[in-house]
Design a protein around this ligand. Structure first.
Ligand SMILES: [Zn+2]
Length: 417
């Protein structure tokens, strides 16, 4: 078992084992001096993610702080080895002092990331600028023995972490299912009962002597989108995931939304059909029953499509483009069913921007455009309202892993995002 016995000496802020202080559901009512510092630090890091390397003056402008404050934020992070000031770019020299761009230090400690989906584990290290290293994969029996699962997970994680030259800042876990992110427990995973009730944060903190945070998979996708993907710079959007299950997460007015103990976003179990089909959760008519892969496979089988077990949105898009009427019709029904859930979200929260992930994103811009057209035709539109539906073209696993790493940054470096 790999253990990091010595905590690095360049720790930023207090590292709490719990997730409660930072990034949670907007509890900053009294802004203390230290909270203000956290908010400003978060803004500066966000500006770096959104815009790349920038000079102090540009960072001050982008983060909305004055020149004195920016030095107070940036200098400690340079001294701690988190940021680095590069040599001045000659073209920036305009008679005054040449501006030196600041960016993440490539030598800084990395972030550990774990993606847990039914039957599959991925672990990696993520640099502060979002590069993925030491990616390791393993499989487990979702209905198997818990100790066997934990042994596989720890081996996989050890294989990744042993490639870090210095102790990572922490480990972020993105897991499918219902998650209590405050207490670090996987509450229930319908498709992987071996994970249900698992206090994974405590277990990994004890075994690896590193801070550990957990959140549900779609929320990690959202954080990955916001910091490293097409959500950069956006103030309000939702991430929607379809696959074996369906889920989502919200970024509202510049904050990741978390309900009590990290709840919310279990969109797969919002009801779109009263007394509809039985869902994995035991209830009826959930959105997931008509807009996830099991539905798609069933419908493909009913239509007599070849290899219906292997049907995906990507395949339907390809076959529809090749002239298959059956594929075109089924793709249209699938994207319409996805659109119904988005429609309800739009009427409820008016988020206007939806980033698709998972199987539906595999259908690319074609599938996204179909979803958008269905939403447009179904929604009760306000004047001048533009609804954007896009796919994250970066690749699912990487976005979730980057997002899991982002959870570590936001909670243990006490950033307000
Ligand atoms: Zn359900």
């Amino acid at each position: 078992m790999l253990r990091f016995e010595n905590q690095p000496s360049y720790s930023l802020g207090q590292r709490s084992p719990s997730h409660k202080e930072a990034g949670d559901g907007g509890n900053v009512t009294l802004v203390s001096q230290s909270t203000l510092g956290e908010i400003n630090r978060g803004r500066v890091l966000q500006a770096l993610y959104d815009h790349g390397p920038k000079s102090r003056a540009e960072l001050a402008r982008l983060a909305g702080v004055n020149r004195t404050t920016i030095t107070g934020i940036v200098q400690p992070m340079i001294e701690e080895g988190l940021l680095v000031e590069f040599d001045a770019v000659p073209s920036d020299f305009k008679g005054g002092k040449p501006a030196r761009p600041i960016y993440f230090n490539p030598e800084a400690p990395m972030l550990g990331a774990v993606l847990l989906l039914p039957g599959r584990i991925q672990t990696c290290l993520v640099t502060l600028s979002g590069e993925i290293k030491a990616l390791t994969r393993a499989e487990f029996d979702p209905y198997g023995d818990r100790d066997v699962f934990l042994a596989i997970l720890k081996d996989t994680l050890s294989a990744t972490l042993s490639q870090a030259r210095q102790a990572p800042f922490g480990i972020g876990i993105a897991s499918g299912g219902m998650i209590d992110s405050d207490n670090g427990v996987i509450l229930a995973v319908n498709l992987a009962p071996v994970l249900s009730g698992l206090p994974l944060v405590d277990i990994l903190q004890r075994d690896f002597s590193l801070p550990v945070v957990i959140d549900h998979h779609p929320r990690a996708l959202l954080v990955g989108d916001r910091w490293f993907g097409p959500g950069r710079g956006q103030q309000t959007f939702a991430a929607i995931y379809t696959g074996e299950v369906l889920g989502g997460a919200f970024y509202i007015d510049g904050r990741v939304y978390r309900g009590l103990a990290g709840s919310g976003g279990e969109l797969g179990h919002t009801v779109v059909q009263i007394d509809g089909e039985l869902c994995n959760c035991g209830k009826h008519g959930c959105w997931e029953t008509v807009a996830a892969l099991p539905w798609l496979r069933r419908e493909a089988a009913c239509l007599g499509m070849a290899n219906s077990e292997g049907v995906t949105c990507a395949r339907l898009v390809k076959e529809a483009a090749e002239g298959s009427k059956a594929a075109d019709d089924l793709l249209d029904r699938y994207t319409r069913n996805v659109a119904f859930g988005i429609l309800n979200l739009q009427q409820t929260l008016s988020l206007n921007s939806y980033l698709l992930h998972g199987d539906i994103a595999g259908g690319g811009a074609d599938a996204a455009e179909r979803v958008r057209q269905h939403v447009e035709s179904l929604v009760r539109k306000r004047p001048n309202q533009e609804i954007s539906i896009t796919v994250n073209g970066i690749g699912e696993g990487h976005t979730a892993l980057r997002g899991a790493a982002g959870l570590v940054l936001s909670s243990h470096l006490k950033l307000v995002i």
